[in-house]
Design a protein around this ligand. Structure first.
Ligand SMILES: *Cc1c(COP(=O)(O)O)cnc(C)c1O
Length: 172
């Protein structure tokens, strides 16, 4: 992020952060999604907070905010009793029911991250003696949406996946 922000500043480019899987992640005392003017989050079922489908955009820029409001609702404005189509847009509206699902989970987000951090520590403990795999850094602020390991080239990834599936670990 430091490098990206440096380049963006040098050339006066806006940063749109794909923080889809980083909800709750903290880096340099800042939340993922807030490094540039705009950050995007996903609430897909794979993520730690889910609404089934959908996501959220955060921005510190009022113009971007108003533009997103327009684009997500067919580019329609409504004022003085009249509709107008002011720019091309689509239906990106989230339903209230899905938003309600997300709000409940957002309240539990820190609890969820604490649990995931505990799991990550456990994985670290259990996997640290194994040869030929590189484990992720236990960086503070990590939200552990996924626990990724790197297998060195002498290890066959597909047979590791097969082995894990045999042990009942099929969500990979
Ligand atoms: C999940 C994910 C996406 C896709 O999110 P959608 O809700 O399917 O659009 C994009 N980028 C990253 C980094 C992700 O983790």
């Amino acid at each position: 992020m430091n490098k990206i922000l440096g380049i963006a500043q040098k050339y006066n480019i806006d940063v749109i952060e794909d923080a889809a899987c980083a909800l709750g992640t903290v880096f340099n005392n800042k939340n993922a999604g807030t490094f540039g003017k705009t950050g995007c989050f996903s609430f897909h079922p794979r993520k730690s907070v889910t609404t089934g489908e959908g996501g959220a955009i955060v921005t510190s820029d009022k113009n971007i905010y108003h533009r997103i409001q327009l684009i997500k609702n067919h580019g329609i404005t409504f004022s003085e009793g009249k509709y107008d189509l002011v720019l091309p847009g689509l239906n990106y509206r989230m339903t209230n029911i899905l938003a309600a699902l997300g709000r409940v989970q957002l309240k539990k987000m820190h609890e969820k991250i604490a649990f995931r951090t505990k799991l990550a520590k456990k994985y670290m403990e259990l996997l640290s003696d194994l040869p030929n795999i590189v484990l992720p850094d236990m960086q503070p602020g990590h939200s552990w949406q996924s626990y990724m390991i790197l297998l060195e080239s002498n290890i066959n990834r597909d047979s590791v996946i097969k082995g894990l599936k045999k042990m009942g670990l099929s969500q990979i």
